[in-house]
Design a binder for this molecule. Sequence first.
Ligand SMILES: NC(=O)C1=CN([C@@H]2O[C@H](COP(=O)(O)OP(=O)(O)OC[C@H]3O[C@@H](n4cnc5c(N)ncnc54)[C@H](O)[C@@H]3O)[C@@H](O)[C@H]2O)C=CC1
Ligand SMILES: O=C([O-])CC(=O)C(=O)O
Length: 341
Amino acid sequence: MRPSLLRTASQHLRRRRDYSSSAAQPERKVAILGAAGGIGQPLALLMKLNPLVSSLSLYDIAGTPGVAADVSHINTPALVKGFMGDDQLAEALQGADVVIIPAGVPRKPGMTRDDLFKINAGIVKGLCTAIAKHCPNALINMISNPVNSTVPIAAEVFKKAGTFDEKKLFGVTTLDVVRAKTFYAGKANVPVTGVNVPVVGGHAGITILPLFSQATPASNALSHEDLKALTKRTQDGGTEVVEAKAGKGSATLSMAYAGAVFGDACLKGLNGVPDIVECSFVQSTVTDLPFFASKVRLGKNGVEEVMGLGELSAFEKEGLESLKSELMSSIVKGVMFARES
Ligand SMILES: NC(=O)C1=CN([C@@H]2O[C@H](COP(=O)(O)OP(=O)(O)OC[C@H]3O[C@@H](n4cnc5c(N)ncnc54)[C@H](O)[C@@H]3O)[C@@H](O)[C@H]2O)C=CC1
Ligand SMILES: O=C([O-])CC(=O)C(=O)O
């Protein structure tokens, strides 16, 4: 055989091998709702880079054709399609394995996350109604604020539609973990890449409870005052960004990163990768609250195990007790909205 033919044959074989190894990995469709927004765009970019994604569906009320055309030129396997407006929502959702929702308005300085409820509750309710109809088995990653209320809204919508599966509904609190890791590494002066810090509770102010007593690697260089300051900074991380952006929205880039980390964990769980654990705001019996963020083991059906809190310091126990009433009223507010509207 001529050398050039040999080369062609070996290239052909290599391509076949590549094909068969990628065929072993399940096809996964990810839909992003709110894909043309501040979070949606960089999140679309990061999910396009994820080798576990075979189809990426970008939905928004406006602007998605441009975002989809742009992201689709990146030479990674995910096939990108843009969808815009109510008429195209069904197709955007059809067959989705994971739906990530960063749709809705962000905060401006002086606002709380709860101030977003009026607008975002209705947006989330509408999107979840469509999800129940078009992809009832998908894992839902809720980013839209106030997460402490939007997750209960989603649960009620799914219950009404008869599609609720508590294993498949997640409030994305990964940004709290991302921040806690960064702030802890800086203060304890340890390399950030090896740091882990669970963050439990909810996703607003004092309901965000980082468990620095369980941080790894452990540090005995931190005083009680340091730990109090780290806790406060983590709880106020979102506000720090809102104020720095001075009216131009809230965290988008760090949130897109956090959303991509959580989305990737969900896909790995679905694909049967063992020992995938992330913190998330889910239906829970870990405390007396019906929804609570804690470490969750992810598997082929979504939540495989909602893990307990482990041992808490006296300061963390106090934090846990004082977050409960605020978190409960945000949950009840979401449930009542979904039932009554
Ligand atoms: N869970 C978390 O840790 C975090 C949550 N957030 C929340 O994420 C949300 C989005 O923030 P940004 O991307 O900065 O806001 P943004 O305003 O830049 O983007 C929101 C996008 O949602 C779209 N949208 C509005 N109604 C929609 C609907 N019915 N269907 C589909 N898309 C719709 C808008 O057209 C816009 O493109 C906010 O509620 C914000 O508070 C932000 C940071 C962290
Ligand atoms: O603070 C906000 O409004 C956005 C958010 O949830 C965060 O950055 O954690």
